[in-house]
Ligand binder design. Structure first.
Ligand code: MRU
Length: 382
């Protein structure tokens, strides 16, 4: 179960480098508007079925996770990614991981500790992972004295399904609150992927755009490609096109020019972890967008569910930032694009200070201005 650094490796040849139109077209016709990132199949002895996001947009391939190692690898390699989706996958991963042990009480509880500790090593930044594992533990602790192991397995599966279903609802509420903030906006910019693929369904930042569209608001969404793993180009552009939203792909370095030309009147992104003071970690490049937005007088919004807040951290300085393999930069999608032996720094996330965030859109409402007091109030902690 040791953690090893690894790269995002496409599973088959017909993958990210293969942009043949017939593949993209067959994908479009096979897909409904709903992106079911994950589906649990069966009862407590069932398995987790998920889209392998490393293959999108050219290939729709689902993976069957029948052991916890496969779930761990899927999270680590970004086959499933995006903070809420990682949490959901981890919750189901606990159920799968417990299948290898029989109903002997001590062995079962020991395995629970082993599986949750293991899953916690998959990725460090998105707090939803730890939030979901903690919820699974609290569920187990609440029933361990009174129920048989077989019954506890059932309760844990129900809890994982609840986490999944609640996220679906949270996304729709975020969309409703966020759409109101975009009244009068024609162009909007987003970064990375905070859509249905990154959540149970519908997304956080993209949910705001989907809801605005459902309300008859024609938005033009500019999509940062999101170096180095291109979640914007591969996933967000794809999701927006699936829903018929006007989407224009740009390189990350073009954002300032797009703002200067007056093409966007708002920026909306997701988040991976939000500290008590509102400092927000999200995909690398988000912080620069917030700085640019401030320089151009454009509001910068974060859309995130309450499961993304980590009020145990007083500021963003305490958020652990994942560093990923150098080959994601030197050998993006298989081709070497930098000299052999070059030094590389590859932080996967950055932290946007609260003072650059106009508002945080949650399922409970909008936090504006962004400060500790308003966070506590909107999240109902006080
Ligand atoms: O490395 P990733 O693809 O998991 O990063 C994802 C993001 O940064 C998303 O913006 C964030 O998790 C919010 S998803 C609703």
């Amino acid at each position: 179960m040791a953690s090893t650094p690894c790269d995002v490796a496409p599973k088959s040849k017909a993958s990210l480098e293969d942009d043949q139109p017939h593949l993209a077209n067959s994908l479009t016709t096979n897909m409904t508007n709903k992106v079911e990132t994950m589906i649990w199949q069966g009862g407590t002895e069932g398995h987790l079925d998920m889209i392998d996001q490393t293959l999108l947009p050219n290939e729709m391939f689902r993976i069957e996770c029948r052991d916890v190692e496969t779930v761990w690898e899927a999270i680590k390699m970004l086959r499933v990614r995006g903070a809420p989706a990682i949490g959901i996958a981890a919750a189901y991963g606990v159920v799968v991981g417990l299948q290898t042990v029989n109903d002997e009480t001590e062995a079962f509880f020991a395995r629970f500790d082993e599986v949750t500790a293991y899953l916690a090593t998959s990725r460090p930044t998105a707090v939803n992972l730890f939030w979901a594992l903690d919820r699974m533990r609290r569920k187990m602790d609440s029933v361990r004295e009174d129920l048989s192991v077989a019954e506890i397995r059932e309760k844990l599966l129900v809890e994982a399904k609840l986490i999944h279903e609640e996220d679906r609802k949270m996304c729709h509420s975020i969309g409703a609150h966020g759409a109101d903030l975009l009244k009068g906006v024609k162009g909007v910019l987003t970064h990375c992927n905070a859509g249905g693929l990154a959540t149970a369904e519908y997304g956080t930042a993209l949910s705001v755009f989907f809801t605005a569209q459902d309300q008859g608001h024609d938005l033009h969404v500019y999509v940062d490609e999101t170096r180095p793993l291109l979640q914007g180009a591969r996933l967000t552009a794809w999701e927006l096109m699936q829903r018929g939203i006007n989407a224009t792909l740009i390189c990350d370095s073009m954002a300032a020019q797009v703002m200067r030309e007056g093409r966007v009147q708002a920026v909306v992104t997701g988040a991976d972890r939000i500290a008590a003071n509102g400092d927000s970690a999200n995909k690398i490049g988000t912080y620069s967008l917030a700085v640019l937005a401030r320089a151009h007088g454009i509001p910068f919004f974060i859309a995130a569910p309450s499961s993304t807040f980590d009020v145990t951290l007083s500021s963003g300085d305490e958020i652990p930032i994942e560093e990923r393999s150098s080959t994601e930069i030197t050998h993006g999608f298989g081709r070497q694009t930098a000299p052999t032996g070059v030094q590389v720094y590859n932080p996967a996330f950055d932290v946007t200070p609260a003072e650059l965030i106009e508002a945080i859109i949650t399922e409970n409402g909008v936090i504006q201005p962004v400060n500790e007091e308003n966070i506590q109030r909107v999240l109902n902690y006080v």
